[in-house]
Design a protein around this ligand. Structure first.
Ligand code: ZN
Length: 392
């Protein structure tokens, strides 16, 4: 943060200098051009006469002035250069350019990992709707991307694109087709789409109420129970002429454009959930997580280098410190053994004792005495071989 502030200050200074120099230059140029016009008028006033001594003097003085001014402007401009290069130096000083220390080359080398990386990038392109780029990459990288990996994205992207242009039809058709599954997930998507369609009809101008009522009668019944209150509000909205922008009464918020923004997000979320896809592409999740973790990783690397313990990191797959990436980056439940105070792993999994308490397998072995184990919590005596592994 300090780095941002410090570089930001330098940039502000340069921008300020640019502005003042621009102002000054244009003022000087205007003055100069006014003077030249005056001189021109003076010379034009009597075109047939020979140039007088005074005029000659004026001419040479003006030329000298023009030369002088141009030189001054050039010097000023040169000074700007040094200010700009100072910003570059400030960036170098405040930010770390070498990230090599925080990466592990082995993580992405080898044909298998390369293929996985290409696959993830390819999927990202498909997700973004850049099908041709994804296909080209798949071809050049020799990937065998199945069509079923592409098709859901193709349809979703078309629908989202249509929603961006306020075209509800493709989304409504999709929601209708997946109604049962959406309802299983208690999704509000289809109703929200109908709600927008209803408002669109109502907003289409005076006398649109009848068409809106007809739409509501045809489409709202399946949602009447779950969304009773909202439907009541929508019916109330019909009393106010929504078509005119000024008099929307207490229902003005219904024509808010945020409703359109929300529907795109809701569609992406629910459609991805339904198709068993993550909302964000794997690539963007990994890149975002990496960006967030980078400052902490660089710090710890520096500390390790100073204390000459660099080998610790390279020899283990785990990071030497815990980095919190926020709630949205938590995908798996974690269990830390209360005895060893360590996160459980495949080599040391969590075990459930017969009394119901849970500790790690290493702790279980440490606490066992032959075929006897006293639970450290309750403390029930039991046979350690009765403990069962837990899978989260
Ligand atoms: Zn117990």
């Amino acid at each position: 943060m300090d780095a941002w502030v410090s570089v930001g200050r330098d940039i502000d200074r340069v921008v300020g200098k640019f502005h003042s120099s621009q102002l000054h230059t244009s003022r000087v140029c205007e003055d100069l051009s006014a003077e030249l016009s005056r001189l021109e008028a003076e010379l034009d006033s009597n075109p047939d006469a020979e140039i007088s001594t005074t005029q000659r003097l004026m001419l040479s003085q003006t030329v000298a002035k023009v030369k002088d001014t141009i030189q001054k402007i050039a010097t000023e401009h040169r000074e700007l250069h040094s200010s700009v290069s100072k910003v570059g130096k400030a960036i170098d000083r405040n930010f770390i350019a070498d990230y090599a220390g925080a990466t592990s080359e082995a993580a992405l080398s080898g044909p298998d990992k390369e293929r996985l990386l290409n696959q993830v990038i390819c999927q990202h392109f498909f997700r973004q709707g850049m099908l041709d780029i994804g296909e080209e990459l798949a071809k050049e990288a020799g990937l065998n991307m199945q069509l079923d990996r592409k098709e859901p994205f193709l349809e979703l992207n078309q629908i989202i694109e249509a929603l961006k242009h306020k075209n509800l039809e493709p989304a409504l058709e999709w929601a209708r087709r997946h109604r049962e599954k959406l309802q299983e997930k208690a999704s509000r998507l289809e109703f929200k789409l109908h709600k927008l369609k209803f408002l669109e009809i109502l907003n289409s101008g005076a006398g649109s109420q009848l068409a809106a009522v007809k739409y509501a009668r045809e489409n709202f019944p399946p949602f009447a129970q779950q969304h009773e209150k909202e439907i009541q509000v929508l019916m109330g909205a019909m009393l106010y002429p929504l078509g005119s922008e000024k008099s929307q009464g207490p229902y003005g918020w219904l024509s808010d454009s945020t409703l359109w923004g929300e529907i795109g997000e809701l569609f992406t979320k629910d459609a991805c959930a339904l198709l068993g896809l993550s909302v964000n592409s794997h690539l963007s999740v990994v890149v975002n997580a990496g960006c967030r973790a980078l400052p902490a990783l660089l710090n710890i690397k520096q500390v390790m280098q100073q204390r000459l313990v660099t080998g610790v990191w390279a020899s283990r797959e785990e990071l030497p410190i815990e980095i919190d990436l926020g709630k949205e980056c938590r995908y798996h439940s974690l269990f830390a053994c209360p005895i060893l105070r360590q996160q459980t792993s495949d080599s040391n999994p969590p075990m459930r004792l017969t009394c119901g308490h849970c500790i790690s397998r290493d702790a279980l072995h440490k606490l066992s005495n032959g075929n006897k184990l006293k639970c450290p919590y309750c403390p029930m005596e039991q046979n350690p071989s009765d403990a069962r592994r837990i899978f989260f």
